[in-house]
Design a binder for this molecule. Structure first.
Ligand code: NAD
Length: 252
């Protein structure tokens, strides 16, 4: 028995590292996957990889989830095509980094828009559909919500990811009476296109791995495995939690 048989799952950022892995894994588990990304080419590449295994990637690109009307259209067209939403997996994000004194006002707002606003918009528009299904919301935060970085100026990013964790907790409170579960995931350093520039720079890579007990970056599939569990009925008593997937970084 596949773990998500017949479930309609909206995954944002299906052109990126974790979104691509999630789309593939969730489809293999029987889900109908509706994706989106600002990056048309990478989203299409994910669709190709899925087609090679006999699966479809529904949804569209480019869609900019920082624009609430595009989010509403994405959600409503998924319901029109597939009749329901069982899982909303808010994975997409984009951040800008700078030491706080050099962070431009534009970069601050860019980060909040693309890490927090988009999670709110998708949740708001999907909420009533999720309530009908007693559905699940998975929001991707980061270890940046739990600790600072000596490597990059993450003030905007950490503010945004901290907001994702506390937003999720409130969703759990409001969701419980209508049967919605909400969980955030906090990955550590994961090898994706989003971190490729750091990976290629030996100094940055070493600094990012400093304190990671497993002494390697995580793989997207290692985050997605937890998302799959949370999306499934096996996690029926888990809501309001943040789950850290960081190779032991926060242990010391
Ligand atoms: N890679 C890591 O080390 C790491 C660590 C902690 C948390 N995370 C989080 O994991 C999630 C997935 O990131 P990833 O590592 O796969 O990075 P990624 O950059 O490979 O993928 C993110 C995708 O989101 C898309 N996106 C960004 N803004 C968007 C918008 N406004 N509308 C639609 N699509 C948009 C991007 O185009 C990209 O394809 C993100 O929330 C990220 O913050 C990543």
């Amino acid at each position: 028995m596949k773990r998500l048989e017949g479930k309609v799952v909206l995954i944002s950022g299906t052109g990126g590292g974790q979104g691509r892995a999630a789309a593939l894994r969730f489809a293999r588990e029987g889900a109908i996957v509706v994706g989106c990304d600002t990056n048309r080419k990478e989203h299409a590449q994910t669709a190709q990889l899925m087609a090679a295994e006999g699966y479809s990637l529904y949804g569209n690109a480019p869609i900019d989830l920082g624009d609430h009307e595009q989010v509403r259209d994405w959600v409503e067209s998924a319901v029109a095509a597939h009749g329901k939403i069982d899982v909303l997996y808010n994975n997409a994000s984009a951040a800008r980094f700078a030491p706080v004194q050099d962070m431009s006002i534009e970069d601050w707002h860019f980060t909040i828009r693309n890490e927090v606003d988009l999670v709110f918009y998708a949740t708001k528009y999907a909420w009533n559909h999720l309530a009908k299904q007693k559905g699940v919301i998975i929001n991707v935060s980061s270890t940046a919500a739990w600790g600072g970085s000596k490597v990059a100026g993450i003030s905007a990013h950490s503010a945004a990811k901290g907001a994702v964790v506390s937003f999720t907790r409130q969703l759990a409170v409001e969701g419980a009476p209508v049967g919605i579960r909400a969980v955030s995931l906090s990955p550590g350093f994961i090898a994706t296109p989003g971190t490729a520039a750091f990976m290629e720079n030996p100094q940055a890579r070493a600094a990012l791995l400093d304190g990671v007990l497993m002494d390697r970056p995580g793989e997207p599939e290692e985050v997605v495995a937890m998302a799959l569990f949370i999306a499934s009925d096996e996690a029926s008593f888990i809501t309001g939690s943040d789950i850290v997937i960081d190779g032991g970084l926060l242990a010391i």
